[in-house]
Design a binder for this molecule. Structure first.
Ligand code: BEZ
Length: 220
């Protein structure tokens, strides 16, 4: 189990692009690792196809993507043809991201990605749908865990990465349903006297409490 802000483990794995050491594979990029219960399952296929379609968006943000499913590399290669067809991409193209073969569920257990409510034909608990965002310092920056029966929204994952990358650079935080270009909030730790120099176009929203904490500013 890795908590926010902790180093993400440097695991070894077999993947559709051969054996990898996670840190070497990641290099100086951001990374997203997302897990799946098993190959040739309907929801997983739609998710992996969506990630093919969004792959350019991840690249534009300097993010490498890696999937994980609890079947063999051979099974992943066979499944990739279905995924590519569903994504409406050229079947000759390679998958733009690797898939880890976590056949013995070692990583699923190490990273606490098990869904106890969903079991396979042998009665083994399935891997849940985890998403881990790792920064270039190999620190865990975001984690979400969905049960096997609920597919994820990868537009939301891109939105969250935009927020992480923006708030790493500026002392702002992104409010509810924020999209790039929308107003942001000045972080509560910024003293009022620094606002005119740091964020000169800030508006303080009046509130019944009289407290001046809702300080909205254009996205830097
Ligand atoms: C699916 O990917 O469709 C799925 C996998 C495991 C349990 C339920 C759904």
């Amino acid at each position: 189990m890795v908590n926010l802000g902790e180093p993400f483990p440097n695991f070894q794995a077999n993947t559709t692009v051969g054996p990898i050491q996670f840190y070497d594979w990641l290099g100086n990029s951001w990374g997203v690792l997302f897990s799946h219960p098993s190959d040739f399952t309907p929801v997983c296929t739609t998710e992996l196809a969506r990630v093919i379609q969004l792959h350019g968006e991840f690249e534009r943000r300097g993010v490498k993507v890696i999937a994980l499913s609890c079947d063999s590399v051979e099974s992943h290669h066979a499944w990739a043809n279905d995924i590519k067809m569903y994504a409406k991409c050229d079947s000759q193209d390679a998958l733009p991201y690797p898939i880890i073969a976590d056949e013995r569920r070692e990583l699923a257990v190490q990273l606490n990605m098990i869904d106890p409510d969903e079991v396979d034909a042998q009665g083994m608990p399935l891997t849940a749908r985890a998403v881990f965002v790792v920064d270039p310092n190999k620190k865990m920056r975001l984690s979400i865990l969905y049960p096997a029966t609920t597919g994820r929204n990868f537009d939301e994952i891109l939105r969250a990465i935009d927020s992480l990358q923006l708030t790493d650079k500026h002392r702002v935080a992104t409010p509810v349903d924020w999209k790039p270009g929308d107003f942001v909030m000045v972080q509560p730790t910024v003293p009022d006297q620094h606002i005119p120099t740091l964020f000169p176009y800030t508006t303080v929203i009046p509130l019944p409490s009289g407290k001046r904490y809702l300080r909205q500013t254009p996205q830097p």
